[in-house]
Design a protein around this ligand. Structure first.
Ligand code: GLP
Length: 260
């Protein structure tokens, strides 16, 4: 696990965007796993800016989103489909047929989950997976207690997550109970994972993810077992880490070939 602590969220998002740019430039058909939430917004903004000002192209990109609510249509203002369209997809030159989200309105929701898994693996898997982290240590919608080898499936949200995500809905009562989410095992198969987390509200979850025991009580802690996980956080999110000085030391002294 590489932990990068930077002054603020803008610097973190730029760092993550530079990693994504490398994949976009080095691979003809890069495959990204994409998150929603407030944490990746600056990352998307950076990529949009690079597309508009520097000619960065997304034509070869395929993407798979992590999750979607069950029971609300793609055009619902709070759907993750709408989120991705409004915050990223409509600004870039990606081919829309290559941009995938689970369909929370599928008639056969169980089949939708296994089809989503199959589509990802038939496409050769995910090169770069971006992630946020929930205040309770969830990744995608894998709530605490999720199997650490789980695959794409339907999950029931905790009340805390429903409350955290309620601002996009008319009221808490309108937040769906159920979601489709890529599993922890699905996420662990991606080749490079970048986690973004900002603010003191995330500091405990970040410490559990990076330095806590590996446990389904903090699904993000399994990322300690991933061969290539890059955790990019701001100062506020780092305050509960016991080894933050060491992580900064490592970053400031990284070998020349690791610098972008
Ligand atoms: C939701 C999403 C997660 C995201 C989390 C944190 O639960 N399903 O993918 O990481 O929210 O969101 P935020 O970045 O807004 O704190």
């Amino acid at each position: 696990m590489e932990v990068i602590i930077l002054k603020n969220s803008e610097r973190c998002c730029l760092e993550a965007a530079k990693i994504a740019v490398k994949y976009l430039k080095d691979l003809d058909t890069p495959v990204f796993g994409l998150p929603t939430g407030s944490s990746p917004l600056g990352f998307y903004r950076q990529l949009i800016r690079m597309h508009q000002e520097e000619g960065l192209s997304f034509k070869g990109m395929t993407s798979y989103n992590l999750d979607e609510y069950v029971g609300i249509g793609t055009h619902h203002p709070a759907s993750y489909c709408t989120f991705m369209e409004n915050n990223f997809f409509k600004y870039i030159d990606a081919d829309s047929k290559n941009l995938h989200l689970p369909n929370g309105m599928a008639n056969d929701i169980v089949k939708e989950c296994s089809d989503y898994e199959e589509m990802i693996s038939n496409g050769g898997g995910i090169d770069l997976q971006l992630l946020g982290i929930g205040g309770n240590g969830h990744i995608a919608f894998n709530e605490p207690g999720s199997s650490l080898t789980s695959r794409t499936r339907v999950k029931t949200l905790t009340d805390k997550t429903r409350q955290d995500n309620s601002s996009a809905f008319e009221s808490l009562d309108h937040v769906p109970m159920h979601v489709i989410t890529m599993g922890v095992g699905t996420i662990m198969e991606t080749r490079h994972i970048v986690v973004l987390a900002f603010g003191a509200d995330k500091s405990e979850a970040v410490a559990n993810m990076v330095e806590g025991p590996i446990t389904s009580s903090c699904p993000a802690s399994i990322l300690q077992m991933h061969p290539r996980a890059t955790i990019i956080i701001d100062e506020a999110a780092s305050i509960d880490l016991a080894r933050s000085d060491y992580y900064k030391w490592v970053y400031n002294n990284r070998p020349h070939w690791q610098r972008s």
